[in-house]
Design a protein. Structure first.
Length: 163
């Protein structure tokens, strides 16, 4: 492995250890969603988990189901993805950046990836227990051997912080 790649890998591994803690242990997002490019509407849900003492790095599970018409045909697209990301908290606001990978079903099963980010406003985010808020997520969905498209979702955020 060239030295440059080694430094990049080490940087990603050490980043959570030097970052400030997000302050939550787990979070859920759910809401309505729109796929631009095909004009499909649906639902989107994702969950994140911060298992480390320095909780800036998060693991993410993500799924969505969208239906509508594309080129005159009825279409249903289901995405199932997982991956990781980084949370950047500031008071009651949290911005995340993430990368996901998985499968998409609809018109055949294919590999899919997504890069994107989210914004959440959770009042009293640093208080212990369950907190509710609102959030928006934007992803560029990258499908192998098919057209890429944007997914925009808005909905409710629920976060849990232990005592």
């Amino acid at each position: 492995m060239p030295l440059r790649r080694l430094w990049i890998v080490l940087g990603f591994l050490l980043l959570p250890a030097v970052a400030s803690a997000d302050g939550h242990r787990a979070g859920l997002f759910g809401g309505g969603s729109y796929l631009r490019g095909s004009s499909l509407w649906g639902v989107h849900a994702s969950g994140d988990w911060a298992p480390f003492t320095y909780r800036k790095f998060i693991f993410i599970g993500d799924l969505s189901v969208h239906s509508g018409t594309h080129d005159g045909a009825d279409v249903t697209i289901k995405t199932f993805m997982g991956g990781g990301g980084w949370a950047f908290p500031k008071g009651d606001h949290v911005v995340t950046l993430h990368g996901l990978g998985g499968r998409v079903r609809g018109g055949g099963s294919r590999k899919v990836g997504a890069v994107g980010g989210s914004y959440a406003f959770v009042a009293h985010r640093l208080a212990a227990g369950w907190q509710k808020g609102i959030g928006v997520q934007v992803d560029r969905i990258l499908i192998k051997e098919a057209d890429d498209f944007w997914r925009v979702s808005a909905g409710v955020v629920i976060r849990y912080k232990p005592n």
